[in-house]
Unconditional design. Structure first.
Length: 142
């Protein structure tokens, strides 16, 4: 399956959702989800962020691409995702969590690693945290 996620920056704040379902139930992650058949990746990013958080975004660029393969106890593949992480900025909307998110909130970049975050978000921060901090100024709301 192909999925997308968005690192939505507003100044030094990153938009996060607390996952309501597996994988990672209860953990904080970037908003995102599965791309629908025939849907373009950037359209999926906009749809998923809006559905999960109430925030309309402008997609800026690809940030990362990761592959996740999860197996069960017998070694059978449970799921296989290719996840395209995008950088985005908020355009409009009121922050509110959707049914598939327990909560949605803006979090200072420096505070994100201290939260109960998904492994995927931790890896993204390790690989691109400095880039996100450098880009924070470019996405500061006017």
């Amino acid at each position: 399956m192909v999925a997308v996620a968005a690192a939505v920056l507003a100044g030094d704040r990153l938009l996060l959702v607390q996952r309501a379902s597996e994988p990672g139930r209860g953990k904080w992650s970037l908003p995102g989800g599965v791309v629908k058949l025939g849907e373009r990746l950037r359209e999926a990013v906009v749809r998923e962020v809006l559905e999960e958080t109430g925030i309309l975004v402008e997609v800026l660029d690809v940030l990362d691409v990761v592959e996740v393969i999860k197996r069960d106890e017998e070694g059978r593949i449970r799921f296989h995702y290719v996840i395209v992480d995008y950088l985005a900025r908020p355009v409009s909307g009121q922050l509110r969590p959707a049914s598939d998110a327990l909560e949605a909130r803006w979090v200072r970049l420096d505070d994100v690693p201290k939260m109960g975050i998904t492994k995927a978000l931790r890896r993204l921060l390790e690989r691109h945290g400095d880039k996100l901090k450098a880009l924070a100024e470019l996405t500061r709301p006017s």
